[in-house]
Design a protein. Sequence first.
Length: 383
Amino acid sequence: MRILHLIERLGPGGKERQLVELLRGLSVHRDIESFVAVMDQEEVRYEIDPEHAQVIQLVRRSKRDLRLFKSLYELVSVMKIDIVHSWGSMCSIYAAPVAKLCGTAFVNGFVRDAPSHMTLWNKKYFRGKLTIPFSDIVVANSRAGLAAYRIPERKGLCIHNGFSLGRVSNLRDEAELRSLLGIASTHIVGMIANFTARKDYATFVEMACRICRLRDDVTFLAVGSGETLLQVRDSVPPEHSLRIKFLGQQKDIESIANLFTVGVLATNSRLHGEGISNALTECMALGKPIVATNDGGTAELVLEGKTGFLVPSHDAGALTDRVLKLLNSAELANHFGIEGRRRVEAAFSFDAMCNAYHCLYRKVVHRSARAIREGAVARDMVD
């Protein structure tokens, strides 16, 4: 099987990291040859091992460059691609007609989130509706995502993100990292997410300020970068600025998350619904208890009262209460952490994800080949 993965960018992000991980897992299968076509040119991007896939840079002169249809058609035709797998709604717009024209199987992977408020005016939803009829399968990383985008049952498939436990080995020394970051407090509460309107850092900061007023043994870390970083950072009162730290974009995320007493994810549910959060999965794999907003697919990952707490969106009081509960009970925090690690190992393993995609690819190629054979037989009978 020759599989072409079409993605807009390879910059830092959960979707991009999942693709890189998947390519590594698929590389052990001798029946698969992988290619990655990237639409945007960026200096900062994930590196893909040449042994795992060949990266092809497409030239896109604008966000809606119609010439890309021709470039993609020639690529799929010349390279005799068996499956086109899109990794985003705009990628699906380009991939759907090309796959149809080339007689190539189309795995539509535009569903990576699970917004609670979905209308046809939402551009991702609109693009999805246009491309679903041309899809052999629409694959999502959460059941909530399939429901949010109203994917027909016969077309939809959920394959949860898989986490490689090798990523949480060989971590940096905790004492050394604490010293480097200037942290002397007993506890650390952290949130790992890009600074965009979709993430509710305002509620995270409000929770942090409330706890800072109650106790002096907690430091709060916000890890990530983005357009709202300066605004959020400026919202921190001066008296709390030494204990609410903004680390920006970091490479060694796992080592930083390993410092956490509690891992937090607050989402702006008015704009976004999580699929399966890679940041939460990392924290759970490290044995950290979780407090997260109850939206999208998060409840498929974090089990309320078993591996963490789920709280209403935009509710700083509830977030504060649950974080304090874990800070006040080492026994409860440790129990949630152990159960969270077990959950990642059992239900969100790297091998399970890779095997599920391998089975999916084999199935759609078989189905596509059978359709071509049956079409040829039908044409012979008519002739």
